[in-house]
Design a protein around this ligand. Structure first.
Ligand SMILES: Cc1cc2nc3c(=O)[nH]c(=O)nc-3n(C[C@H](O)[C@H](O)[C@H](O)COP(=O)(O)OP(=O)(O)OC[C@H]3O[C@@H](n4cnc5c(N)ncnc54)[C@H](O)[C@@H]3O)c2cc1C
Length: 398
């Protein structure tokens, strides 16, 4: 009997891959080793429905708890894989050595820490795990003063949840606009406006110099002399891939685990998927590592196929979504290393941002490198159609 296929992780990539292996008819031994105390779950609800108190934690599970036993999967939660030996095809986890015939590393990403906040003694929240979200949810109360450091997707989604819980919310962003590096200044300004219209104090271009904590709360002092008193800090300044397990095993790593389009790492039999995988993207023509829900699903399926000896490729265009207040959007594409040189916005330009229906096109010359709709739920097919093509303004408006 051959050794089991082992999947390492506890997120959406793992949960999708294990289900897909059984769906594709693999009836050999399957082991899932998940570092957290939970069965594999997806994270978008942690800053949306679950954090808002609208959805239970179970809704985030990729497969119901009972699915694993019903499908003869050995699910080990709260267990960390400490080392992988690609030559001997073994790993050690929880003091036990296990042999594998195929191995998936879907170890995800972890928040970057902000020493200035951590060292201050202030109550600081990061948001990556279900437990993080539960702890934060308890603090989002009417009148609580919540200071959010970082105006990226996580910071803004937390701002939305905190504002809806009745908290007093301040977002401190170092750059000139929230999301500047992702969407550019024009669209970043729209997100600042969205949150300001909801009563969130969005401060941009802020250089935090000092954070102090005492009996009267936490004080943030910025380089321009401004001070801000808060009860709680939330830090959302990006994530880093969890690639040390692979690196220690001698697997090639550079901003995540390096994989080919079939998600194979430099070690035979070892694949990587999801946030940790830095893929040689066959369509975009450059390496790509993203932190997207949709990629974790697509990678999970490709990885399962290829763990069974198939030839699937991860060639999908990046896609992500966000919900803030009543605003929802979907984004497709990737500007790549060359970026974009102009942005075209079609649709509503007046009224509160939350209620506007519009599309945004990021262009390099006449080429659409990325597209997004805001509150325009029938538009996603059109967005997908145009991304990667040459389009004039008439086509963008059609
Ligand atoms: C709060 C939040 C909101 C999000 N919202 C959106 C959204 O709206 N839209 C969107 O497109 N994307 C969103 N994302 C991103 C999306 O959730 C991620 O892209 C996705 O979770 C990646 O899944 P993954 O399986 O690759 O990794 P992860 O979900 O990070 O899972 C990795 C797991 O591996 C475990 N692990 C790590 N090392 C080991 C080890 N050595 N042994 C055992 N286990 C280990 C970790 O504990 C972790 O549980 C959000 C992310 C967060 C945190």
């Amino acid at each position: 009997m051959s050794a089991p296929i082992i999947l390492v992780g506890g997120g959406l990539a793992t949960g999708t891959a294990v289900r897909e292996l059984r769906t594709q008819g693999y009836d050999g031994e399957l082991v899932v080793i998940a570092g957290e105390r939970h069965a594999p779950y997806e994270r978008p609800p942690l800053s949306k429905g679950y954090l808002l108190g609208n959805d239970p934690a179970e809704k985030a599970l990729v497969n119901e708890e009972s699915w694993y036993a019903a499908h003869d999967v050995d699910l080990r939660t709260g267990v960390t894989v400490d080392a992988v030996d690609p030559d001997r095809r073994t790993l050690t986890a929880g003091g036990e050595e296990l042999a594998w015939s195929g191995l998936l590393l879907a170890t995800g990403a972890m928040p970057r820490r902000l020493a200035l906040a951590d060292d201050s003694g202030a109550p600081v929240h990061y948001l990556r795990t279900l437990d993080d979200s539960t702890a934060l949810k308890e603090q989002l109360k009417p009148g609580a003063r919540i200071g959010i450091i970082g105006g990226g997707w996580i910071g803004l989604e937390v701002a939305s949840a905190a504002q809806q819980a009745g908290a007093e919310v301040v977002v401190l962003e170092a750059l000139e606009q929230p999301l500047l590096n992702v969407v550019g200044p024009q669209v970043g300004a729209l997100f600042a406006q969205l949150h300001r219209e909801k009563g969130v104090d969005v401060r941009t271009g802020v250089r935090i110099e000092e954070i102090t904590h005492g009996s009267d709360g936490t004080t943030i002092r910025s380089a321009d002399g401004d001070t801000l008193a808060v009860d709680r800090l939330v830090v959302g300044v990006g994530v880093a891939p969890v690639a040390d397990l692979a690196a220690d095993a001698g697997i090639a790593v550079d901003n995540g685990v390096l994989v080919d389009a079939g998600l194979h790492t430099s070690a035979p039999g070892v694949l990587a998927a999801g946030d940790v995988a830095n893929v040689d993207h066959p369509v975009l023509g450059h390496r790509l590592r993203v932190e997207h829900w949709d990629t974790a699903i697509k990678h999970g399926k490709v990885a399962a196929t290829n763990l069974l000896g198939g030839g699937a490729v991860a060639d999908h265009l990046p896609y992500f979504f966000t919900d803030q207040y009543a605003l929802g959007l979907e984004y497709v594409g990737h500007p790549g290393p060359d970026g974009f040189d102009r942005v075209v916005i079609t649709g509503d330009t007046e009224g509160p941002v939350e209620g506007r229906v519009f599309r945004v096109w990021w262009m390099r010359g006449n080429r659409v490198v990325a597209g997004m709709h805001v509150n325009d739920w029938d538009a996603i097919d059109r967005v997908r159609e145009l991304v990667g093509t040459e389009a004039d303004d008439a086509a963008l408006r059609s």
